[in-house]
Design a protein around this ligand. Structure first.
Ligand SMILES: C[S@@+](CC[C@H](N)C(=O)[O-])C[C@H]1O[C@@H](n2cnc3c(N)ncnc32)[C@H](O)[C@@H]1O
Length: 302
């Protein structure tokens, strides 16, 4: 057994369990998942051996790291949505209020004019320098049902939004949900795109996005047993892939349940991304260590 592999199998189970309780938005499942998730998080906290900001060890692989798993999951969610338009599918980490915490964190950046919910300022006349700011552009990586982007729009963010996912069924589901909504959602766009293998086209990438979002996607990628051209687990190439999508000076906001805060820093702090801040979650203490079952960290691209 590899050093630390016992500790690593716990977080894998965390995402796996939510996968098993895939209709996770239903109350019974939320309760079941919450209890289990907290127990596993305590285990992870108690057995963590990782030094601060070192590169974390890999997780054990699982079906949640495969495209086939997600295609099948979103096929089911499309059927459910067709039968009941109120059922938009799983909102990942809803028991931890992750989406709300990400929204609140982004709002706090808008409050200090780092981000802009709508076009802001005056257009310059003649030679004068303009202080005009376009509304923040968002990219959601592994968008699933697109819920996070729809929630941002509902919250008054008016900028361009793109959701990408390697599952064609996810893109179909997100488009179907969008079609059931009002005209203000029309310019939320969804694309089939493999973050690790795709080459982003200028047409939708532009100069990069002001904010790139990830809720549960790196968690899923961390469970893949695929190797890249250099023979590494594909999770190793994720940071580099993300860096290319964030505009210089832009933000990468990631939420994870499979990795602790220090582990997320270990994965993403590097040449282009620097750790900036974190969203607050209720924490618990076990065996003298303090942590939470989900974390949301913000990195700024240099
Ligand atoms: C745990 S789900 C999270 C979905 C969504 N972000 C949410 O919070 O509801 C992980 C998502 O990542 C997508 N995904 C996994 N690997 C990917 C890759 N290499 N490129 C694009 N999407 C990927 C899956 O299809 C799935 O939709």
């Amino acid at each position: 057994m590899l050093p630390g592999s016992r500790r690593k199998s716990a977080p894998r189970l965390r995402l796996l369990v939510q996968g098993l309780f895939h209709r996770g938005s239903r109350p019974l499942h939320i309760v079941t998942f919450s209890v289990y998730n907290t127990a596993i998080a305590i285990h992870a906290l108690a057995t963590s051996t990782m030094a601060d900001s070192t590169k974390p060890e890999h997780l054990n692989t699982s079906a949640l790291g495969t495209r086939a798993y997600w295609d099948s999951a979103y096929t089911t969610e499309r059927t459910n949505f067709a039968l009941d338009p109120a059922d938009e599918g799983t909102v990942w980490f809803s028991d931890a209020g992750a989406e709300e915490r990400m929204l609140a964190f982004l709002e706090s950046l808008a409050d200090v004019d780092v981000l802009h919910k709508e076009a802001d300022g005056e257009v310059a006349q003649g030679e004068e320098e303009s202080d005009f700011a376009l509304p923040t552009r968002f990219l959601d990586l592994g968008t699933g049902n697109g819920h996070l982007l729809f929630a941002l729009r509902e919250d008054g963010w008016e900028g361009e939004m793109v959701g990408v996912d390697y599952s064609a069924e996810s893109v179909r589901l997100a488009e179907e949900i969008k079609a059931s909504k009002g005209a203000e959602y029309e310019d939320v766009r969804f694309r089939e795109f493999d973050i690790l293998k795709g080459e982003a086209e200028k047409e939708w990438l532009g100069e990069g996005f002001d904010v790139v979002l990830d809720k549960g996607t790196f968690d899923a990628i961390s469970l893949s047993d695929e190797k890249d051209a250099q023979g590494r687990r594909v999770a190793e190439g994720y940071r580099e892939a993300v860096e290319k999508l964030v505009k210089r000076g832009g933000r990468f906001l990631i939420t994870s349940c499979n990795w602790t805060e220090e582990e997320v820093k270990g994965w993403f702090e590097g040449s282009e991304l620097e750790y900036e801040d974190r969203a607050e979650y209720p924490s618990f203490t076990f065996g003298g260590k303090t942590g939470s079952s989900v974390c949301t960290l913000c990195f700024k691209r240099r």
